[in-house]
Design a binder for this molecule. Structure first.
Ligand SMILES: Nc1nc2c(c(=O)[nH]1)N[C@H]1C(S)=C(S)[C@@H](COP(=O)(O)O)O[C@H]1N2
Ligand SMILES: [Mo]
Length: 164
């Protein structure tokens, strides 16, 4: 094999093996449209820091607002967030099969002061393999039951009336 080709193959194989690929997040919007975000896409969104207590350990989690992530699949937000959208839910999926549902309105920072973020960092460091690459943080939750670890997918689903 020519050296250039060998080099390309090695780069290709190392990309396949790189954690960046394992850190991708699959989003599904209301119309079923799916988008895969890379770790860089997520790190490129405006960052928010939230203090959160997990079983007596208070740490600062950082990442984008869930709403800003979901905007990538056209989820209603801001001025486009209207009546029927209050019957939309977010369903998170995790690598271990854990699922959590949230009201889309609960994730809207214009509606509530407690924010919901998709954290990729804790106290400035990337989340470890047990929690990461992404963990949902619901500011103000007393128990961390909804704080899904190892999140791999987020879907927006309409459970109310069809969009007029
Ligand atoms: N993926 C995933 N996330 C999860 C869970 C789980 O089983 N799987 N358990 C939840 C529950 S019930 C709690 S109390 C917290 C525990 O967080 P910790 O493991 O960081 O203490 O994670 C939450 N997130
Ligand atoms: Mo728990």
């Amino acid at each position: 094999m020519k050296p250039m080709r060998t080099a390309a193959l090695i780069v290709g194989l190392s990309l396949l093996a790189s954690p960046a690929l394992a850190q991708s997040l699959t989003l599904t919007g209301l119309n079923g449209q799916a988008v895969t975000l890379t770790a860089a896409d997520i790190a490129g969104l405006p960052q928010v820091q939230v203090g959160f207590d997990i079983h007596g350990h208070k740490n600062t989690y950082q990442g984008p607002l869930l709403m800003d992530v979901l905007a990538k699949v056209g989820a209603p937000h801001g001025e486009t967030f209207r009546g029927p959208d209050l019957a939309d839910v977010i369903v998170s999926g995790s690598a271990d099969g854990y699922h959590v549902a949230f009201g889309l309105g609960d994730a809207d920072p214009a509606l509530r002061s407690n924010r919901m973020i998709l954290a990729d960092k804790v106290d400035g460091y990337p989340l470890d393999a047990k929690d990461g690459p992404y963990r949902i943080i619901v500011e103000g939750d007393i128990e961390p039951k909804r704080s899904a670890r190892m999140v791999t997918s987020l879907s927006v689903v309409r459970v109310g009336a069809a969009k007029p």
